[in-house]
Design a protein around this ligand. Structure first.
Ligand SMILES: Nc1ncnc2c1ncn2[C@@H]1O[C@H](COP(=O)(O)OP(=O)(O)O)[C@@H](O)[C@H]1O
Ligand SMILES: Cc1cn([C@H]2C[C@H](O)[C@@H](COP(=O)(O)OP(=O)(O)O)O2)c(=O)[nH]c1=O
Length: 242
């Protein structure tokens, strides 16, 4: 092989490698969307998440793969939280509840599973998979700030990534309690009218602060037919992909 031919081949190989590495870089940086649903107990989070699931799964060709998840999780900290919520542990200090929720969230975001299914949210987003979570840090801010300082709550959640979109379902507490009592009989830790009334106010106030800091939060009137609520959510999600 002449010196020139060797040079030419090396240039071609370099160019191909460069193109391939740029291509995989593009794939690596093509992130999935991270969407969160929030609201007081009984506001319709489970219902709307399930409608989103059906729609996104039917339209996977357009929006890509989507993973559905929730907090508290089924992980080790989530297990303790569920016992506390069901009042099956001795009453815990609310700062400890806040730390348990934050620990569960770290596990939710960053755990390294042995396969894609049980790896954390961040790994999934990096693979281009969309993630939809029933509750995230706005729940901690709204619920735990009943008794715990918001600035500290924000500190212990400082390693949490920001969602691309948070959907906050808003409705009068009398209606959420009515809906909830129709759905089931036992009352969990925070399901008291006085608590929920304050939590609902906290949601609005804190969502306002986060919006002012640039977070994408949509406040949806949930006192409407399920289909109308969903239509508004669907529009916001479509917009995120355009
Ligand atoms: N828009 C709506 N109008 C009337 N009832 C609703 C609506 N959305 C949900 N529900 C009902 O209210 C109850 C609580 O809804 P759910 O989605 O489980 O709330 P959450 O997950 O926020 O606690 C369920 O029985 C559900 O069928
Ligand atoms: C994620 C989170 C949930 N919570 C509360 C909200 C709910 O009352 C409860 C979780 O209940 P949830 O699992 O959403 O409701 P369900 O019992 O219908 O499945 O935990 C917090 O107080 N802080 C948090 O950070």
């Amino acid at each position: 092989m002449s010196k020139n031919m060797f040079k030419e081949q090396s240039i071609t190989v370099f160019a191909l490698r460069f193109t391939n590495s740029r291509r995989s870089e593009t794939l690596m940086t093509k992130k999935g969307k991270f969407i969160v649903l929030e609201g007081v107990d009984g506001s319709g989070i489970t219902t709307q998440t399930s409608l989103l699931r059906t729609w996104l799964e039917e339209n996977e060709a357009i929006y890509g793969r989507t993973f559905f998840t929730k907090e508290p999780t089924d992980g080790p900290a989530g297990g303790q939280i569920r016992l506390a919520l069901a009042k099956r542990l001795k009453p815990l200090d609310e700062r400890m509840m806040a730390l348990l929720f934050a620990a569960d969230r770290m596990d939710h975001l960053y755990c390294t599973g042995e396969n894609e299914q049980n790896s954390g949210i961040v790994a999934k987003l990096e693979k281009g998979i969309n993630v939809i979570s029933d509750r995230y840090y706005l729940s901690s801010f709204a619920y735990q700030s009943l008794q715990v300082d918001l600035a500290w709550l924000r500190q212990i959640n400082a390693y949490c990534i920001k969602p691309d979109l948070t959907i906050l379902l808003q409705l009068p507490i009398s209606e959420s309690i009515e809906r909830r009592s129709r759905a089931r009989f036992h009352e969990e830790l925070y399901e008291r009218e006085d608590y929920l009334t304050q939590i609902s106010r906290n949601y609005l106030e804190i969502a306002g602060k986060l919006q002012a800091e640039g977070e994408n939060i949509l406040i949806v009137n949930a006192l409407r037919d399920k289909k109308d609520v969903f239509a508004e959510i669907q529009e916001a999600v479509k917009k995120l992909f355009t």
